[in-house]
Design a protein around this ligand. Structure first.
Ligand code: ATP
Length: 775
């Protein structure tokens, strides 16, 4: 067995894992991570089948899980160990039976992946545990000797739910996969609605929580959204029709309304999709149809984010179990921006319940307050960018800016939605959004006597359709300002740019650095400049996330799933797949984590002969242990720049040679396919939120400020980014700035790559042995 630790205790701890409540994509990833991490940490893992039903019934519903039993779990939808709603567990007698079964099977720790109901039940079980054990001894169901090692029960919660309805965490396992399903359906409706100039009302899941509806509305540019936490005010019918009529009068050919299944008005009177449809039909004479998405929202394989989240949270859950003392309050594993945390389970559940209570009490402001900050921000960002005719939000004449938008570097999913959000926000506030077409070379081609139209003001209708478009509509280019700094400065002056908003990857970062350094020579650059990182490689210093990387990872994992499937049951085959990423191993490592790659080769570590020899041995062992359905292809991921000698083809050939007919190997290069088609919903919604934050940053700090002030302020040339649990702006210049202390310029990546700690997790969960010489 791979990955076991030395010095294990004589009686191994047994950790149970179960999925409970409604299923959600990603639950299988959590089970796999808990099983393998438990084994790696020297414990035994048990799956409790069918949720609490399995615990109450015991017998075959509680099964030991070996390392190989969870092979292939990451790419499967639903939950492979089953889930159920169990009435018996709601009663004490049911929990008594569950406690007896656990002691009999030697299990004293449980990881439960489910919604707030399941987690409430779990905490209750833990609190009652000593009493249950006492009763089982008194009734002679168990002997004092039997219960002796089981005085305490440790429980850790993982939130598995498509609704994203748990307070205290930004995301629940499954919510982004569900959002993918919804957005792909709405994108399709979007096309047919445009063709026929129709209206569509689309109902999505969410009885008490509007996360899916709101995020789908943002990600698809819906004209109006109904969510339970923020019902529309009295007279909403006129407001909604007004907004839609306004959009139509500007030339929009489709109208989309998204409604959560739990939508209601301020009097808690249900608002149905059919009611909205009738209104649009009668009031606006708009040919409108209703689409109820139903259970398609739950199904299908998990997207990249849910595989990543469930894996890291599953690992954290096992660590939390092993760290726990009898006094530790029951934790739930949460995520804040990009940081996995442990929170107090009952506090999170209580907060979640208080949202529902606030809605029932018609205290909607309170309901919004109780939701996460992020949710509120998304809601106001959606409103600001959807109905741009809001006189109360217009800035006075003297405070309005001319804001230039430029895309720099290779195209990445999210560039277009970011541009759309920026334009819509600017128009609401009275700023003038200006597109620079085709990057800096586009700008530098300008001739005074022959303006070539590469700088143009943008209107709302020019960008509205960009909400779900991949690539870069205004054109992007890798060229830098330094190719013609003088001309660049002249154009900045000619077009009177007050601020520059750059969307792009390492080149955008380099461009701002160049412009900042040239400020003394060219005062035209003394304007605020902000980079919104957008690159599949996610290698921009100052952020742990770049637009486009999520789209790319989704594409990459679908490619890997398909290619692996192609080998199933026919051949023993290993695929060596080459990923993009330049000199950053981010993509390869994250894809490896979410597909369960056998090995990942990255530039940060390089490749040597010992590694390849070790991995070939490991492959032999893996194929030997494979049986039946788990005999799908194996995957090794190699970043395109990991080694100049050991190319993807060379590695595939070496494996083939060494396998001596026992298995085959193939090289595969998905190339530019990895950039993906339409941006993923996460890239779309984060594009909106971060683009607006950038413009607000410019407004808050620089409106009415002198050029000298701007030149002096380090944040006037900065990068917006997610760092741990926060969204922050980091200056380019200064001693602590990104240029001097955060950037590995030679390798075009951040000096400290936050994800390197996860590389070890990929190896642990694949069972890849460590090299004894430490290479
Ligand atoms: P979803 O978000 O899909 O509704 P959930 O976990 O909230 O998921 P529930 O149906 O509320 O789903 O709960 C699932 C199971 O958890 C129940 O069938 C029951 O066995 C157990 N459970 C829920 N609430 C409690 C409780 N208060 N006490 C004991 N057990 C509970």
């Amino acid at each position: 067995m791979a990955g076991k630790k030395e010095g294990q205790p004589s009686r191994k701890r047994r950790i149970g894992v179960m999925t409970s409540g409604g299923d959600s994509p990603g639950m299988n990833g959590a089970v796999r991570a808990v099983v393998r991490m438990s084994i790696y940490r020297g414990c035994e893992a048990y799956a409790i089948y069918e949720g609490y039903e399995g615990l109450v019934q015991g017998g075959d519903l509680i099964k030991e899980m070996k390392w190989e039993d969870v092979r292939g779990y990451l790419s499967r939808g639903g939950t492979l160990i089953g889930t159920a709603r169990c009435m018996a567990f709601m009663e004490r007698w049911g929990r008594l039976k569950a406690a007896r079964n656990m002691v009999k099977r030697g299990i004293d720790a449980l990881v439960i992946c489910g919604g707030d109901g399941s987690l409430t039940g779990a905490d209750k079980f833990r609190a009652e545990w000593p009493g249950l054990i006492k009763e089982l001894v008194e009734t002679k169901e168990l002997t004092p000797e039997e219960v002796e090692p089981f005085k305490h029960l440790n429980i850790v919660g993982l939130v598995g739910s498509i609704d994203n309805d748990m307070s205290g965490t930004d995301a629940t396992i499954g919510c982004y996969s569900s959002l993918e399903r919804i957005c792909s359906a709405v994108d399709d409706v979007f096309d047919t609605a445009s063709s026929h100039q129709r209206g569509f009302v689309i109902e999505v899941m969410g009885r008490h929580c509007g996360w899916l509806a709101l995020m789908a509305a943002i990600a698809t540019g819906a004209d109006y959204v109904f969510i339970p936490e923020k019902p529309p005010s009295t007279g909403w019918e006129d407001e909604m029709c007004g907004i839609i009529a306004n959009h139509r009068s500007r030339g929009k050919r489709r109208s989309i309304v998204i409604i959560a299944e739990g939508a209601h008005d301020v009097e808690l009177k249900k608002i149905t999709a059919y009611h909205v449809k009738d209104l649009l039909n009668t009031k606006l004479k708009l040919d409108t149809r209703v689409t109820v998405l139903g259970h398609t929202q739950r199904g299908g394989p998990a997207c990249f984010y849910d595989r990543w989240l469930s894996t890291l949270q599953g690992v954290e859950a096992v660590n939390a179990i092993l760290d726990a003392t009898p006094e530790t309050p029951t934790p739930v594993i949460t995520i804040r921006e990009n940081k996995i945390e442990r929170s107090n389970l009952m506090e999170a559940v209580a907060l979640t319940k208080s949202v529902t209570a606030a809605i029932e009490a018609k205290n909607f402001d309170r309901a919004m307050e109780l939701r996460d900050v992020e949710f509120k921000e998304y809601y106001s960002s959606y409103r600001i960018t959807t109905s741009t005719d809001r006189p109360e939000l217009l800035l006075p004449e003297g405070k309005r800016l001319r804001i230039a938008i430029i895309h720099v570097g290779a195209p990445a999913g999210g560039m277009n939605p970011a541009t759309r959000a920026c334009v819509a926000y600017c128009l609401t506030r009275g700023h003038t959004p200006i597109a620079i077409h085709n990057g800096f070379p586009g700008l530098q081609r300008h001739h005074d006597d022959q303006p070539i139209g590469s700088v143009q003001e943008i209107k709302w209708l020019d960008v509205d359709h960009l909400v779900n478009e991949g690539g870069s509509e205004i054109g992007t280019n890798r060229g830098l300002p330094s190719a013609d700094m003088k001309k660049t400065a002249e154009c900045f002056e000619l077009y009177k740019f007050d601020a520059l908003f750059l969307v792009g990857g390492f080149e955008a970062f380099t461009a701002v650095s160049e412009l900042r350094k040239a400020r003394e020579q060219y005062p035209a650059f003394n304007i605020p400049m902000v980079v919104l990182p957008a690159t599949v490689s996610n290698n921009v210093p100052g952020t742990e996330y770049s637009l486009g990387s999520d789209t790319c990872l989704n594409t990459l994992i679908s490619f890997c799933d398909a290619i692996r499937q192609s080998a199933s049951s026919s051949r023993r085959r290993v695929f060596v797949i080459e990923t993009q990423g330049g000199r950053s191993g981010y993509l390869a490592t994250m894809a490896g984590l979410s597909i369960g790659a056998l090995a990942v080769y990255i530039p940060e570590e390089g490749i040597n002969i010992n590694m390849i020899a070790r991995d070939i041995d490991f492959l032999r062992e893996n194929f030997r242990n494979d049986q039946g359905a788990s005999r799908a292809g194996k995957i090794i991921l190699r970043n395109e720049r990991a080694s100049s000698t050991y190319t993807t083809q060379v590695i595939a050939d070496m494996i083939k040679e060494e396998a001596r007919g026992r298995f085959e190997s193939r090289a595969a290069v998905p190339g530019h396919y990895q950039q993906g088609g339409k941006p993923s919903p996460m890239d779309r919604i984060r594009a909106l939120r971060m683009a607006i934050k950038c413009i607000q940053h410019i407004e808050d700090r620089y409106i009415g400020k002198s050029k000298a002030y701007i030149a002096e302020d380090p944040l006037s040339a900065s990068v917006i980014g997610i760092q741990g649990s926060e969204v922050v702006f980091t200056p380019m210049g200064g001693d602590d700035g990104l240029e001097a202390s955060g950037t590995d310029w030679a390798d075009r990546r951040p000096k400290n790559e936050f994800w390197m700690v996860m590389k070890n997790t990929v190896d642990v969960l694949s069972g890849r042995p460590k090299l004894t010489d430490g290479c």
